[in-house]
Ligand binder design. Structure first.
Ligand SMILES: [Zn+2]
Length: 199
């Protein structure tokens, strides 16, 4: 059943595949993460989002020569220098420090302006983080705040008794955001041949 967002019924046309760009930082001449780490992140996200009518396409996996350890707000902002327009940028770094505690590390973050103009919004993930981090950060990228519901993908609480899930209203919000990103020109529709196949 289509869910109305802001009083408007949801369009019946499918959402175009979401184009992803992975940028892996180099350290000592080698990328801090390889395909054996990236593949499960992608597989988890593709499977979770397919149920919601959202698909991903991998447009590029590139290396970049930035700071491997992201420790400050400025470090996070500076990743914008490596930003590739038209795609959802996912930066993979060696370490991602929690800028609020300055002692802990985070698995991932969706970084950028909070007014959702999306122009400077991108995902940062610490290499080695468990599969599912991309799935969670993509939720933020597509407009979701955290949830207090145990086992919700957007929650920090896990019962380990059931797999993480999204609610139908969250799915509707994410589809609406994806459509908005295309309308704004923030994303370029990805070609079908690049769409991530489900395992
Ligand atoms: Zn989060």
């Amino acid at each position: 059943m289509p869910v109305a967002i802001a009083g408007k019924p949801e369009p019946t046309t499918p959402v175009a595949p979401l184009p992803l760009d992975f940028a892996v930082v180099d350290k000592g001449g080698a990328p801090v993460a390889g395909i054996e780490w990236l593949a499960p992140q992608l597989a988890n996200a593709a499977a979770m989002y397919a149920k919601l009518g959202l698909r991903f396409a991998v447009m590029s996996v590139r290396r970049f020569d930035g700071k491997p350890r992201i420790e400050t707000r400025k470090d996070r902002d500076d990743l914008g220098k490596y930003y590739q327009h038209g795609y959802i940028n996912v930066f993979i770094v060696e370490a991602l420090k929690d800028i609020d505690t300055a002692s802990d590390y985070e698995r991932g973050v969706c970084w950028g302006d909070e007014n959702h103009t999306a122009i400077s919004k991108y995902i940062i993930i610490q290499a080695g983080s468990p599969p599912g981090v991309l799935t969670h950060e993509m939720g933020h990228m597509l407009g979701l705040p955290h949830s207090h519901q145990i086992d919700n993908v957007m929650s920090y609480s896990r019962s380990k008794k059931r797999p993480p899930f999204f609610m139908p209203n969250q799915a509707a919000i994410m589809r609406a955001y994806a459509r908005k990103y295309y309308e704004m020109g923030f994303l370029q529709p990805a070609p079908e041949e690049k769409v991530v196949k489900l395992e």
